[in-house]
Design a binder for this molecule. Structure first.
Ligand code: SAH
Length: 390
């Protein structure tokens, strides 16, 4: 097997378990590994590090798949990994829907698999894992005998690896508009044309966290997509719920979801730019008991991080101004570029500018089917905060 030798002086990251080997950490490469091929990685003294997939065209030259020398990366290995991933999700209480594979956090770098009851949605975001797609599909068929498998590789990050963007069936074609159950509610999921893999599973535990604060409340939600938080609010006994999203398509889906749950009289969605509308309603002195915000990432690059902070601060400031004294702000951020500490600081800045005192009710991360590996920054990305606003 082709061998990648690490430099003598490298950061302890790889030794401590991180799966990425950057090109500038490599002393030499024995043999002539093809892009995506499995290679063996060794420390400068020749000691075995692990096996992983190689791509000289990527900044990350190798992504490790195993630290066990006895492991052969083959179809059987993928079956074993998928079984382990599923056993973990079941152990922590997921039954119907979950992120079955969360990339690096499951030892399967750049592989995402979402399970929506009998349907699976896959993303292979690096060349080395993309080549194993047939084995991954076979493994899913062996372990789950699914009704359908779909690929949502229409993501720009693939281009960094020289991969094209596309989506399509990896099983026999099926109806891609499906229904799922979450926390006792039903939701339409559009696997083919929805955002990302069709549905945001990462908030599924957090949606339950609003249960008590929305009872009898007038609730305003913004950045609602399929309306999951707002429909939960209706279900948990809110008096009225208004949800806003800039996408008419999202608004239509959300209204359909409200109807699906018999909540269309209390939970309504409208198309609007949340930045403009929240500002205008602040001036008109309209007020709500609970305001919920779940905006998009605002930036994808470290260089533009200030843009994201400005966005978060602005929208949270506008949201806070709409809250009746003693009411609650429910707010999220979904990019790993803004770390938890920075996010809380941003909310604090917003509260100072809004001249509203806040106290933290709960601070959570993504749902636990998206495990966080300490030291692997990209595995910790979602922040979910509830504060009471004086
Ligand atoms: N809360 C949702 C996920 C929200 S994703 C859930 O739990 O599933 C972010 C949403 O923000 C997207 O649907 C996007 O259309 C919407 N969005 C982006 N910019 C917006 C803006 N300026 N005003 C309102 N909605 C916006």
């Amino acid at each position: 097997m082709n061998k990648v030798h690490l430099r003598h002086r490298i950061a302890p990251r790889i030794f401590n378990g991180h799966p990425w080997v950057f090109g500038n950490e490599v002393e030499k490469v024995d043999g002539n590994p093809q892009p995506g091929e499995i290679v063996e990685v060794v420390f400068s003294d020749g000691k075995f590090v692990g096996k992983g997939y190689y791509n000289a065209a990527s900044q990350i030259m190798v992504r490790l798949l195993t630290r066990n020398k006895a492991d052969d990366i083959n179809e059987a290995w993928f079956v074993k990994k998928i079984k382990e991933c599923w056993a973990y999700r079941q152990q922590i209480g997921y039954t119907e829907n979950c992120r079955l594979v969360f990339g690096e956090a499951d030892g399967l770098p750049q592989l995402i698999i979402d399970k929506f009851n009998d349907y699976f949605v896959i993303q292979t975001l690096a060349l080395g894992i993309d080549l194993w797609k047939p084995a991954i599909v076979k493994a899913l068929q062996t372990v789950f005998n699914p009704k359908g498998i779909y690929e949502r590789n229409d993501v720009p990050v693939r281009e960094l690896e020289g991969l094209d963007q596309h989506k399509g069936f990896l099983s026999a074609p099926f109806e891609t508009k499906i229904l799922i159950n979450e926390n006792g509610l039903k939701f339409h999921v559009d696997i083919e044309n929805g955002q990302k893999t069709g549905y945001f599973l990462d908030q599924q535990d957090n949606r339950r966290a609003i249960q008590h604060i929305v009872k009898g409340a007038d609730v305003l939600g913004a950045f609602t997509y399929t309306g999951t938080f707002e429909i939960h609010a209706g279900y948990y006994g809110a008096k009225s719920v208004l949800g806003l999203d800039i996408s008419q398509n999202a608004v239509d889906q959300a209204n359909k979801n409200a109807e699906l749950n018999g909540l269309e009289r209390t939970v309504k969605f409208e198309q609007a730019n949340a930045f403009d509308v929240l500002k205008a309603w602040g001036k008109e002195e309209r007020r709500w008991d609970v305001v919920m915000l779940d905006p998009p990432a605002f930036t994808k690059s470290r260089a533009n991080i200030q843009k994201a902070i400005t966005g978060y601060k602005e929208i949270n400031l506008r949201g806070m101004k709409l809250i009746k004294p003693g009411g609650f702000l429910v707010t999220s951020s979904c990019t790993s570029l803004v770390n938890p500490e920075l996010f809380l600081q941003t909310i604090e800045m917003a509260s100072k500018d809004a001249r509203r005192k806040i106290r933290q009710v709960t601070f959570q991360k993504q749902a636990s089917d998206h495990p966080i590996i300490w030291g692997m920054e990209n595995t910790e990305y979602l922040k979910f905060l509830i504060v009471q606003v004086e």
